[in-house]
Ligand binder design. Structure first.
Ligand code: PLP
Length: 274
């Protein structure tokens, strides 16, 4: 439930252990906990130590701002299936000049995922993919991008932040505990909720599934300890409201009463004022 800070990375890169480090990999939005990292300040540290800066923005791009060049990010990777609202199967990279220099020197074996090969095809008079792309997905992506353009990217960021604040407020008013306490690092894309003693997380996610809403459990050591609610992409305030109501019903089915009325009142109040 805590974020890695620029100072953490600065300390590590300044230490003996950081001497041979070539690059820093970071997950912008940590989907397994609901924490997001401050890419800008970490970028400054990477530039100071002259290391390659690579960002997994799979669950954040379009939901949370990512100013690639301005923040000195060398490689950003994302995929179609999260905030880009498209079925899985497409992957997107941006590579800086420095990134391409590293690519030229890299010796790891590769063929299908050879970015240099992709660049060569991209630079043809009629840009191509090196291999057959999943064209059906590109039609879906085109529609998703039109929707994003119509709403306006800045408005899309704002909506994600507003809905996450609405949901976090509602969850606390229900009487449940948020995993990420600090609002400054709380993900605008996904919220993790602690499961109280005596409640089985699987029963809660199962109740949701039976009621037409899919939420996730925890992964690894968080399995059974948290549930996770994604609120990215094609999501609005009614989805948040319905999820709060369903949380109340799911816990009630397990013998734990939550304050749904207070949660809805407070959540909608936040929605109207944010
Ligand atoms: C979803 C996701 C991925 C991609 O996961 P796959 O399901 O393996 O495609 C990568 N990173 C983050 C942070 C994600 O949320």
């Amino acid at each position: 439930g805590k974020a890695v800070t620029a100072q953490d990375i600065d300390l590590l890169l300044s230490s003996e252990a950081g001497k041979d480090v070539k690059g820093v990999f970071i997950t912008h939005n940590e989907t397994s906990t609901g924490v997001y990292s401050d890419l800008k300040s970490i970028g400054e540290v990477c530039q100071k130590h002259n290391v390659l800066y690579l960002v997994d923005a799979v669950s954040s791009l379009v939901a949370i701002d990512c100013k690639t060049d301005l923040w000195g990010i060398d490689v950003v990777i994302t995929a179609s299936q999260k905030a880009l609202m498209t079925p899985p199967g497409l992957c997107f990279f941006s590579v800086s000049k420095k990134g391409w220099e590293y690519n030229q020197e890299a010796k790891c074996p590769r063929y299908y995922w050879d970015l240099a090969n992709a660049l060569k095809s991209l630079k043809k008079p009629t840009p191509e993919n090196p291999y057959t792309p999943a064209v059906t997905l590109l039609f879906g992506l085109n529609e998703a991008l039109n929707m994003i353009k119509q709403e306006g990217l800045e408005n899309v960021f704002k909506r994600h932040l507003q809905l996450s604040k609405m949901f976090r407020t509602g969850v606390e008013a229900l009487g449940l505990e948020l995993m990420v306490k600090d609002e400054k690092i709380a993900s605008p894309a996904v919220t993790s909720i602690m499961i109280p003693e005596g409640i089985e997380a699987g029963k809660i996610t199962g109740f949701f599934r039976n009621n037409g809403i899919v939420i996730a459990g925890g992964q690894g050591q968080l399995k059974g300890r948290i549930i996770r609610v994604g609120h990215l992409g094609y999501v609005d305030a009614f989805d948040i409201s319905n999820t709060l109501i369903t949380l109340g019903r799911a816990f009630k089915s397990q013998g734990k009463a939550l304050n749904t009325e207070a949660a809805l009142n407070k959540a909608w109040e936040v929605y109207e004022h944010e």
